[in-house]
Design a protein around this ligand. Structure first.
Ligand code: SAM
Length: 182
């Protein structure tokens, strides 16, 4: 389930760069284009899905697709001082996770790496909180933890002024977490 257009519109404000982990079939990329970001980055672990989206968005110079793990790509971005994640306030959508099974998602590592970027004022959206909260599917690894408390700690380590809110989608009343500055 991709992020909703309404939520992107609410938090886009003057941001021009969208950065997504987990491209899948490109629905999030398309929503970012529809909501008029100037540059849309998306990183995908699967070569097959990456190739599918390269074909889908071929010729669109706004779209930058990357085939890598989200952690591998963020590690490179942290040391690239000219990367937009270091130079501009971006809209970051963290949506990378296994598409089946109970393997852990890269989410916690992603947030720990984001804390090393030069900018600490990005708007960060995390999808599928229901699976994390209820420790289901790829969220199984979070069993027994208070994940609201854990996300508060992770976000506030990036920026102590982050305002953290929970939003509903078609699945659950608090499926999306947003950390942003006013
Ligand atoms: C829920 S889908 C993404 C949906 C997409 N963001 C959208 O809005 O339509 C999750 C994607 O994350 C990818 N993925 C899983 N682990 C990953 C990782 N470590 N790094 C990057 N992508 C990953 C999966 O292959 C899958 O395509």
């Amino acid at each position: 389930m991709p992020i909703t257009k309404e939520l992107i519109k609410e938090y886009k404000k003057d941001k021009t760069v969208y950065f997504e982990t987990g491209t899948y079939h490109g629905q999030g990329v398309q929503l970012a284009l529809d909501t008029e970001f100037d540059t849309v980055y998306s990183v995908e672990i699967s070569e097959t899905l990456y190739n599918e989206c390269v074909t889908k968005f071929r010729g669109n110079e706004k779209v930058i697709l990357l085939q890598n793990t989200s952690e591998g790509y963020l590690e490179q971005a942290v040391v690239d001082i000219k990367h937009p994640l270091n130079t501009e306030r971006c809209f970051i959508y963290l949506d990378a996770h296994p598409m089946g099974g109970e393997a852990a998602p890269p989410l916690i590592n992603e947030l720990n790496l984001i804390a090393y970027l030069k900018r600490n004022d990005h708007t960060i959206v995390v999808d599928d909180f229901r699976l994390i909260r209820d420790a289901q599917a790829w969220g199984t690894c979070f069993k027994g933890k208070d994940m609201k408390e854990e996300f508060n700690r992770l976000f506030l380590a990036i920026n102590k002024d982050y305002e953290i809110t929970y939003h509903g989608d078609a699945w659950d009343d608090e499926d999306l977490i947003v950390a942003t500055l006013n």
